[in-house]
Design a protein around this ligand. Structure first.
Ligand code: TYD
Ligand code: MG
Length: 458
């Protein structure tokens, strides 16, 4: 018999304690620790559901053939989604899809379900949040009601596994969301860490034994953590997050972890009246509303995974009335901004210590590349001088603490994208990359070259 024991589990990070306390030592959250009664591991995974023949057997690595070797994938029919998963859903894999409520997770997965069902695969969409009628209404709105997706409104994991196990196992099963699921093996309420973990365990076991690809939807808390599901992150094969700004129309699907593919790819979508539309050329979208004449804007030739992405960096520099001037950043690393400001001051002769500085990546995109340093510096200098930068120019390059402009990866791909979008000039680190005659490249060695260039042109 499994031993029933009491545990106290932090509901925000999943840390386990043997007595109650007011504050979680792992995540510093107050009042997040709740008593939960959990069954032992034997209870969580009944031996009867395990295939007897696989018990304790070993297989030679080289003997794996065909199916197991190639990690057979089923494309979803949505190219931007397949790009993030690495070419489609791997059989028997489990993906956690996190995102803010209302960002469009259910919409995306309904579209993916319908696209896959249209190819003749069995697809099940289990909603624990909406009634079947509501899910169908959404599908109708999206023009997908005719597709043979199996819908169910269910929250009990045992029932779900039972239903899905009837007949040929589905190629894809959506669980929307993992926070609403509960299993009979533990007594805690749905949404608690123990329930989320145990439900996920049962669904992962189902995926591994039947070969069904399972997508678990997880809601994210205010501070960006996938609450509860955070404890699921290490159990699943891939974690993707669906991001975007409620105020903007486009959404970005980003792989955070992927056992079967790259983690630096993004998928770009636009939320329209008819659901999510794929954006095959995101640079054009992000530059669409650009104001060529404005001072303080520079176009950064960035990369997201293997895909080049041009985005506008906006800076506003204004004299400060405060003793400690403000630095506010949206979409970039504030520490890198401080560094670029310090280098501009120390090696570029640009005094910004008496100015408030605001930096924004247009369109609500979040960039992490140090290669954006040069574009950020250009935008800052332009805003301070009040003169717009030449409109047909892109910037990329990392700035070192000495003021040196350092080379970055994938220069050729960046130049190619800039050329495709009609840019005439690229300011970049010294390197071997060359572009067609249509695009003039200028190598910069030092931050002072950038400052001098802007002073001469502007
Ligand atoms: P939803 O997929 O329900 O979000 P989540 O599952 O992540 O909570 O998306 C809800 C939002 O999407 C809602 O604010 C309305 C918007 N939306 C559209 O703009 N167009 C559409 O066609 C659909 C279905 C939703
Ligand atoms: Mg939803």
């Amino acid at each position: 018999m499994a031993k029933i024991h009491q545990t106290f589990v932090c509901q925000s990070c999943g840390a386990v304690y043997n007595r109650w306390r007011g504050r979680c030592e792992a995540c510093n959250g107050w009042n997040t620790i709740v008593e939960e009664i959990a069954g032992g591991p034997a209870q969580a995974g009944p031996a009867a559901t395990r295939p007897a023949r696989a018990r304790g057997r070993v297989f030679p690595l080289e003997g794996l053939t065909g199916e197991a070797k190639q990690a057979p994938r089923t494309p979803s029919g949505i190219a931007e989604l397949d790009r993030v998963t690495g070419g489609g859903f791997v059989r028997g894999s489990v993906i956690l899809l996190g995102g803010d409520p209302g960002i469009g997770k259910s919409t995306l997965l309904m579209q993916a379900s319908a696209a896959m069902a249209a190819t003749g695969e069995r697809v099940a969409y289990i909603s624990g949040e909406e009634a079947v009628g509501q899910v169908r209404l959404r599908a109708e709105r999206l023009g997908l009601a005719k597709h043979p997706v199996e819908l169910a409104a269910e929250t009990n994991v045992e029932d779900i596994v039972e239903t899905l196990s009837q007949g040929k196992p589905p190629a894809l099963a959506i669980i929307d969301s993992i926070q609403t699921m509960w299993t009979e093996t533990v007594e805690s309420a749905p949404g608690t860490v123990t329930q989320v973990r145990s439900s996920a365990q049962a669904l992962i076991r189902f995926a591994k034994t039947t070969g069904t690809a399972v997508i678990l939807v997880g809601h994210v808390t205010k501070d960006g953590q996938i609450a509860g599901p955070r404890v699921v992150e290490h159990m699943v094969d891939a974690v993707a997050s669906f991001e975007g700004d409620q105020g903007h129309h486009f959404r970005i699907l980003r792989a955070v972890k992927n056992r079967f593919g790259p983690t630096d790819e993004i998928g770009v979508f636009e939320m329209t009246d008819a659901g999510l539309a794929e954006v095959p050329n995101p640079s054009a979208l992000f530059l669409a509303a650009r104001d060529h004449q404005a001072a303080g804007t520079a176009v950064f030739a960035g990369m997201e995974g293997t895909r080049p992405l041009l985005v506008e960096i906006q800076a506003l520099v204004a004299p400060s009335a405060l003793g400690m001037p403000r630095r506010a950043v949206v979409g970039w690393d504030p520490n890198r901004l401080s560094m670029v400001l310090a280098v501009l001051e120390a090696h570029g002769g640009i005094r910004l210590s008496g100015h408030d500085v605001y930096l924004n990546v247009a369109g609500g995109l979040r960039i992490t590349e140090p290669a954006a340093d040069l574009a950020v510096a250009a935008a800052l200098v332009s805003s301070l001088s009040g003169a717009a930068l030449p409109p047909e120019t892109v910037y990329f390059g990392e700035i070192g603490l000495s003021g040196a402009i350092r080379p970055v990866a994938q220069g050729a791909a960046r130049l190619k994208e800039a050329q495709k979008l009609g840019f005439a000039r690229a300011l970049m680190p010294q390197g071997r990359e060359t572009a067609d005659r249509a695009l003039a490249t200028e190598s910069l060695r030092h931050i002072a070259d950038l400052v001098a260039g802007i002073a001469a042109n502007g």
